[in-house]
Ligand binder design. Structure first.
Ligand code: ADP
Length: 599
């Protein structure tokens, strides 16, 4: 850029130099011309004066005329300080102040004489042959009263003598021109700087912009073209910045969408390199996008199945939908869609993999079908019993009253069981599907436990089991009374069922200080017995549907295996929790905690 400034200054200097030189030459020329003109006029005046003050001598003969003119020329030279020459009409030099007339040739051919002959006055500037100097000659024709030509007077002066003044003038001119030139040079440098400095700034700004720094701005300056350029540059930078921000925001939005998707998304370029690996893919396949993006897919070694499907997808370019079991980083069942795609550029088709975790869905589906199988199985047993005993009765056992009676009792019990089972199944599905919402109301727990006691007392009395149900004084709880009754009855019946004769079943209801941050008070209801207890390994499973520790025992006691799973569901619908502590042979404690007030 400084090169440009130098060039610009040099150009300015050249222009100024040429104009200064031209001005010098012209003014020199005119000065010289004026000077010569003034000199010539002066000499003409002097000639006229001379002619008036010293008229042409009248001599009889040519020799004495010459003599007289010679003397007069010498005399005048002293006064006028100029060379004076008298010339006769035929061109003969009659008298000369500086030379001997005899050595001088005929002057009739001299330009000033020829002019004077025609116009009265003549002048000429030339080099004198005699003096070897630049001379100005001015001649005047002298005539008598009758108009006859008497001769010529000529004055001549060396121009070299006057050129001393001209040289001084030249020196002054050159000096002042030089000053002017120096001044102009400084001004032009400043001017060039004022042009190039903003250009330099703009160049560096443009360079910064090419490195994607669009925050840079240049000073906008005046209203001239450079200012306009600066403004245009700033506008361009602002626009680019805006565009870039937009692109960045769009990119971020897209990234956010991809990262927050519940599906894993992986993109593979045609060259087999991973081009995208979203957050969910990281979670499902267990490596970070930083490790994967830009690397070949074949490096995903933990999932051999996946890589072989990718290879197949790249080769066949057919969409595929599959499920695959992965064991890393966790055991999961993934649904995989391999979709060949065309990128918007069109040239580089790749593969899009979409991964979905279907572990929970499959587990639920399995549970459903398992449940159906269990239900069928559970139903089959009492139905088979009813059918078998009825057939036996029909086959003749009816005649034996005793046998018939016992068989009919079994049929009755089994149909009871069947009824209970169907009732429990319906209940469970009702609770699970949340078809009937809970009706919360404040319940006086003291009175409530009294009613429960009455309901189970006959059963307990049959097994001589002591019942002890007690609530804290004046304890109220917000709950659905029927459902809470279901919970308590199930637990009490279990307690009575799984406790040998002479045992004890206890219920305690009390408030417990909250452990939660929200500070809601909780009510703890503990149902404990002195029964057979539950082995440690079975504890995690007893809330599952149809799970029983001892199938035969449960059946003989009329259990369906659904009671605890109904209890757990109902407790959860009350936003509570249930856990169990048990010691085989010593007894079990079912501990329920419910919020005092429903949220
Ligand atoms: P069931 O109808 O068989 O009682 P539940 O779902 O109520 O079914 O209980 C599941 C299993 O948990 C029971 O079969 C039993 O083995 C065990 N169980 C439940 N309550 C008790 C308890 N109080 N003492 C010992 N075992 C219990």
């Amino acid at each position: 850029m400084t090169k440009f400034r130098l060039k610009l200054s040099l150009l300015f200097l050249l222009l100024i130099g040429i104009s200064v030189l031209a001005a010098g030459l012209l003014s020199g020329h005119y000065y010289r011309q004026n000077h010569q003109e003034a000199l010539r006029e002066n000499m003409v005046r002097e000639l006229k004066l001379l002619n008036l003050t010293a008229p042409w001598p009248s001599a009889d003969d040519r020799a004495s005329l010459k003599d007289e003119l010679h003397r007069r020329a010498l005399g005048l030279k002293q006064a006028a300080e100029m060379r004076v020459t008298y010339i006769l009409p035929d061109g003969t030099v009659a008298g000369d102040s500086d030379h001997s007339e005899s050595t001088m040739d005929n002057h009739s051919g001299r330009p000033e004489i020829r002019q004077a002959l025609q116009a009265g006055i003549g002048s000429s500037v030339r080099r004198s042959d005699t003096l070897q100097e630049n001379m100005m000659y001015v001649a005047m024709a002298v005539k008598d009263d009758g108009g006859n030509l008497l001769g010529f007077i000529r004055l001549s002066m060396s121009l070299d003598a006057v050129s001393g003044g001209l040289n001084d003038m030249w020196a002054a001119l050159v000096f002042s021109l030089f000053l002017l030139f120096a001044l102009a040079a400084a001004v032009s440098y400043r001017l060039a700087q004022s042009v190039t400095r903003p250009l330099e700034r703009m160049t560096s700004a443009a360079e910064r912009m090419s490195q994607m720094d669009y925050a840079i701005r240049v000073p906008e300056g005046g209203r001239d073209e450079i200012g306009a350029l600066a403004r245009a540059l700033n506008r361009m930078a602002a626009n680019l910045q805006e565009q870039l921000d937009l692109i960045r925001r769009n990119g971020e939005r897209l990234q956010d969408v991809l990262d927050n998707m519940p599906s894993g998304v992986v993109m593979i370029g045609d060259d087999g390199r991973v081009t995208l690996y979203n957050r969910q893919a990281e979670a499902l396949l267990g490596s970070s996008s930083r490790e994967r993006v830009g690397r070949p897919y074949a490096e995903i070694r933990q999932h051999v199945e996946l890589t072989s499907w990718i290879r197949e997808g790249l080769e066949t370019r057919e969409p595929q939908y599959r499920e695959m079991q992965v064991y890393y980083p966790d055991e999961r069942l993934l649904q995989l869609s391999v979709i060949p795609m065309t990128l918007s550029g069109g040239s580089q088709p790749g593969l899009l993999l979409v991964l979905q975790d279907v572990t929970a869905i499959r587990r639920l589906e399995n549970m459903r079908s398992e449940f159906v199988a269990n239900v069928s199985h559970e139903l089959k047993t009492p139905v088979a019993a009813v059918k078998g005993f009825a057939e036996t009765l029909l086959a003749g056992a009816l005649d034996d009253r005793e046998t018939a009676r016992s068989f009919l009792t079994i049929i009755h019990d089994e149909s009871e069981r069947l009824n209970r089972l169907i009732g429990d199944i319906l209940e469970l599905s009702k609770i699970e599907s949340r078809r009937s919402p809970l009706q919360f109301s404040p319940i006086d727990l003291g009175a409530f436990l009294g009613r429960m006691n009455e309901l189970v007392a006959p059963e307990a009395a049959k097994k001589r089991i002591a019942l002890d149900l007690r609530a804290e004084e004046g304890l109220f709880l917000e709950a659905d009374e029927d459902r809470l009754g279901q919970i308590l009855l199930n637990l009490l019946q279990n307690g009575i069922n799984y406790t040998p004769e002479g045992g004890r079943v206890q219920v305690r209801a009390e408030t417990v200080p909250s452990e939660d941050e929200d500070g809601t008070e909780r009510v703890r209801i503990t149902v404990s017995d002195t029964g057979i207890g539950i082995p440690k390994k079975d504890i995690p499973r007893i809330f599952e549907r149809f799970y029983r520790v001892d199938k035969a025992r449960s059946r003989s006691s009329g259990g369906t295996g659904l009671g605890l799973s109904i209890v757990k569901h109902l407790v959860e619908l009350h936003h509570g929790s249930i856990r169990v502590e048990s010691e085989p042979g010593a007894g079990s404690r079912f501990i329920i905690e419910l919020p005092l007030l429903q949220p």
